[in-house]
Design a protein around this ligand. Structure first.
Ligand SMILES: Nc1ncnc2c1ncn2[C@@H]1O[C@H](COP(=O)(O)OP(=O)(O)OP(=O)(O)O)[C@@H](O)[C@H]1O
Ligand SMILES: [Mg+2]
Length: 390
């Protein structure tokens, strides 16, 4: 029996990463600069749920490994309550990765002493105990988070520069960072850039991150390249389907491809899910036909409903669901608060806290001119299905 080559699932590396060649080529330039000890601009990838942001960060992590550029990966939890502690751990590891050959030389020692003081201030345990050096007090432990993170990043950046190597920090789900932490991160990065240190952040998050960044610091756009990651254009979506199968000499008819593209709208998660089910239906056949695609549709939808959509749906309160079902009924998405309020028979003022809450939880985002849309592709269709809105 042939293995099923499709990989639906959060952060699951696809057998074939389609449509990201230009993005990867840009990353390669950043890594080449870092390898030479030059500074480069950080990047924020933003996009809807399931478009492949995490997968992209993981791919870049592999590229950094191959290029010999030390990196660390962190994911912000929805209710992150100890960002500084996690950051301290990753900075600690980065300093070691950067200077493992000549461990206790000046720059690294200095950086570790600064990190120790930061760690005592913000996380009280682990890392500070590990560092058998005197804490450098009064630099990164003042209690002013922007100052302290800036000093920490400068200490790290100076090690990277002294080693003539770059370093990369990955931050996934960056929209969950608290505003003051995000602001501190930007200030830190701003100073790192001014000093020309080879330290780069690759971050990923929901679309609202571009707006948060703009609100927090007007120079955000100079600090980061904001790159939208979206559904795949037809040619790339086709490759996402056909390439994994090609390895096993299995082909798709053009009708089969067309049908899947039409249903999935080129969303990577949906393509993997459809691929998986139609692969099982084809059994021993070497060609996937439109008829098989039709047959797999029920399982495809059921599987998405039971996992991808349900985990999101179940995190919403009844009031939040009322708001979101009103969005489905308000005509065309994205829709205005006024139209949603009309469906709910309430005033825009009373529902505006709900709107804010849903944006905060990452269900919806402000798309254009205050109109809101879902962060999960086709969530409207799902709500229609399970709440019988048609
Ligand atoms: N470029 C691509 N080509 C083919 N498949 C892809 C591509 N990018 C992602 N996928 C597939 O899509 C699914 C979702 O990817 P991933 O978890 O990286 O999305 P995400 O944007 O991080 O979503 P979320 O916002 O929910 O974290 C995975 O099953 C992955 O294998
Ligand atoms: Mg992700």
């Amino acid at each position: 029996m042939l293995p099923n080559p499709y990989r639906p699932g959060a952060g699951m590396a696809p057998a074939y990463l389609a449509g990201r060649d230009n993005t990867i080529a840009e990353v390669q330039k950043v890594l080449v600069a870092l390898q030479a000890g030059y500074a480069a601009r950080s990047v924020v990838y933003y996009g809807l749920r399931g478009v492949g942001k995490t997968v992209l960060l993981n791919r870049i992590e592999n590229m950094a490994d191959e290029a010999g550029v030390p990196s660390e990966y962190m994911e912000i939890a929805e209710r992150e309550d100890n960002f500084q502690k996690h950051l301290a751990l990753h900075v600690y590891k980065l300093i070691h990765k950067l200077s493992w050959k000549k461990k206790w030389e000046n720059q690294a020692k200095r950086a570790l002493s600064i990190l120790k003081a930061f760690s005592i201030k913000y996380s009280s345990d682990d890392i500070s105990m590990e560092i058998k050096l005197e804490a450098a007090l009064g630099i990164a432990d003042t209690g002013d988070l922007s100052n302290d993170m800036t000093e920490l990043f400068l200490a790290l950046g100076s090690v990277a520069q002294a080693e003539e190597k770059g370093a990369v920090l990955f931050i996934d789900e960056i929209q969950y960072m608290k505003e003051n932490e995000f602001e501190a991160l930007m200030e830190a990065l701003h100073r790192v850039n001014q000093k020309g240190y080879p330290l780069v952040i690759f971050a990923a998050g929901l679309p609202k991150i571009a707006k948060i960044a703009g609100d927090v610091k007007s120079y955000a756009e100079r600090l980061f390249d904001f790159i939208e990651i979206g559904s795949l254009p037809d040619a790339a979506a086709e490759l996402a389907l056909t390439e994994p199968a090609r390895r096993f000499a299995v082909k798709f008819t053009s009708g089969a491809v067309r049908k899947i593209l039409q249903i999935t709208q080129g969303y990577p998660y949906f393509l993997q899910e459809y691929g998986k089910w139609v692969w099982d239906i084809k059994m021993d056949a070497t060609q996937i036909t439109e008829e098989m695609v039709q047959k797999a549709h029920g399982s495809f939808e059921k599987s998405l409903d039971g996992a991808f959509f349900k985990v999101r749906h179940d995190r919403a309160t009844p009031r939040e669901l009322e708001f979101m079902t009103a969005m489905v009924q308000c005509g065309e998405l994205p829709c205005t608060t006024k139209d949603i309020a009309a469906v709910m028979k309430e005033s825009p003022q009373t529902i505006s806290p709900l709107r804010a809450q849903l944006i905060h939880k990452g269900f919806i985002y402000a798309a254009e001119r205050g109109r809101v849309d879902f962060t999960v592709p086709q969530f409207n269709k799902y709500l229609e299905r399970i709440h019988g809105l048609n």
